[in-house]
Design a binder for this molecule. Sequence first.
Ligand code: MF3
Ligand code: CO
Length: 266
Amino acid sequence: MRCLRRCWVKKMPVTIKTEHEIELMRVAGRYLAEVHEELAAALKPGMTTKDIDRLGEKLIRKRGCIPSFLGYSGYPASICVSLNEEVVHGIPSDKRFIQEGDLVSLDAGLIYKGFQSDAARSYVIGNCDEAKMKLVEATKEAFFRGIAAATDGAHLHDIGAAISDYIEPLGYGIVEDLVGHGIGREMHEPPEVPNFRQRSRGIRLRKGMTIAVEPMINMGTWQVDFLDDGWTTLTADRKPSAHYENTILITDGAPEILSLPGGRRS
Ligand code: MF3
Ligand code: CO
């Protein structure tokens, strides 16, 4: 989610979900996990980024859900497809072909019975570029390190601190212009969830909060540029970037990963 320059978070209090709302968010998350699995199975060289979007929209609608990105602030597609140096919010196109060795980040969101789920995955096509694969793995690991700190009574910024502790020694850059977010009836609810260390501790996390944690990790500099299409975010040094995101529920113990049923590290 975009913050600092143009904040998307709705002005509202942080919400604690009821058991019924959590149940709906579990279903939304399970459907979104399935959509990602089907997209991953379909990813092949020669496809266009628009092919991925078309398939994603079909998979979302087939489950009786609404693609939450489509039309959001004018975004023109259901799936954000970002290649290589594109960090997030790439716009699908009939003219962009996926090639062997590409690092492809897919971000998708859906609404089930009024409740949102948001998740992103990155892949290297053909598993043939070692440096890109390491970046993808580290980005996923950063997510798991971050959420390990997200338990009832912990502070929000413990998440970013844990991600920084893991990523900084690897020499990668953590994107700061975009952050994770609360999620529920709205895709972007408070609080903002930074993926990097803060000076403050942030609010206390409480059981029943639902947030999307989404580290964006760059092979080189943390700095990014925004394309004048109003969406595509790319690395300032044009080196590759990876993204990994899930919608999680804060509990007494380890968070429940709603968009990854069973908490599998897929
Ligand atoms: N995961 C993305 C985010 O939180 C989803 C928003 S993409 C948009 O920024 F197209 F809907 F804007
Ligand atoms: Co998000």
